[in-house]
Design a binder for this molecule. Structure first.
Ligand code: ATP
Ligand code: MG
Length: 153
């Protein structure tokens, strides 16, 4: 499927609007793509992933913080990143957060620990790549890359 990244991000942000308002969190977005640049992906599944990243970012942020969503082109891929300024994740857990049922120990969580495992599965099935950059107390950036499509492709 040929999808417009901006539309997917906007749909996902709309889904979490209420949740963000409850913590007075502002979601800012940035799109660095040309009009003829699309992403090759399943529209609904990709929104699901962005939604999961945003829900996590809100859940693990403090009140009154900001979340940054950005979409840019890197080589032949489109990079989506969601950055929060929340509690962060220790480096030793960076791989495990994508495992089924894994939640960072020593914290009170709600949810099942499945969101990121499902996200990884979706993205990898769509020939993409998923990852996290984070350090404790510095916030987190969760990102994924999916193949770029140009208008005439
Ligand atoms: P679910 O998504 O199934 O409702 P969940 O949010 O706990 O539950 P995942 O989305 O898979 O599960 O995330 C796994 C774990 O990774 C979380 O429990 C949390 O410990 C950690 N985590 C995920 N996103 C963030 C983030 N933005 N900041 C800090 N920790 C995070
Ligand atoms: Mg989650």
């Amino acid at each position: 499927q040929k999808c417009i990244p901006k539309n997917m991000v906007q749909a996902a942000i709309k889904n979490v609007e209420k949740l963000a308002e409850q913590k007075n969190i502002f979601i800012n977005s940035y799109y660095a793509l040309e009009d003829n640049e699309y992403v090759a992906a399943d529209y609904d599944k990709t929104i699901w992933v962005i939604n999961n990243f945003l829900t996590n970012a809100i859940k693990y942020s403090f009140h009154d913080e900001k979340i940054q969503v950005s979409v840019e082109k890197i080589d032949s891929m489109i990079l989506f990143s969601i950055t929060d300024t929340g509690k962060g994740i220790e480096e030793k857990y960076h791989r495990q957060v994508f495992d089924r049922y894994f939640q960072v120990p020593g914290e009170h969580h709600n949810g099942t620990g499945l969101g990121l495992a499902i996200s990884k599965n979706f993205i990898e099935k769509q020939h993409g790549e998923i990852g996290v950059k984070s350090s404790i107390k510095q916030g987190s950036t969760f990102y994924f890359k999916l193949p770029l499509l140009k208008n005439n492709e």
